[in-house]
Design a protein around this ligand. Sequence first.
Ligand SMILES: [Zn+2]
Length: 217
Amino acid sequence: MRCRPRPPRVGIEQEEQMRSPAEWATTGNLLRITRWDEPVMSSPTRPVTDFGDELHQLVADMFRTMAAADGVGLAAPQIDSDLSIFVFNCPDADGRLIHGIVCNPVVTLPEGKDRRLVSEQEGCLSWPGAYQQLARPDFAICEGQDEDGEPVRVEGTGLLARCLQHETDHLHGTVFGDRLSKRSRRRLDEEKERLAPLYPDDWPIHPKRTAGEVDGR
Ligand SMILES: [Zn+2]
């Protein structure tokens, strides 16, 4: 997932007991990010059952690729893997930067009087550059397993609540464009098409182009 660029936040915290996204990224490969119109993005994923070296390499690749693309969350289908896993490094409602890895995620959303929808701009690394308003619950609990198969539970507020829902959707073959009205989806697709020249097909292996580079071709 992607948020629009914002001013730097103060009070950023990292959970110290975990390997940081930057540490993961040092052993990761920079990979191409798939787009929504590729079959892997609309197919359900396979549960993660093997928590060994191969999975850890996938996690490293995901953190490296997410950082290069300036994302706050990345799901395995976005680097052409069919496993049920996502990584995130995303601010919550208090501006704390929270990172983690969730395999086989299950999201629980508030119901009844506890359910509050917030409409915010949402974007996706696999439909790069385009944003639309989308209403989602302002709180989400995501449970699954970490990279070693240990139980993990993440409670997300603010952008993190949105990210947990967005990434888990990817693992079910759903993109946020599927949740938009026809009109919003059309606007999203138009914005994506307009900005397409900025994003090479193998982005972020080749970086985003500037408007000047595109005009000068
Ligand atoms: Zn996405």
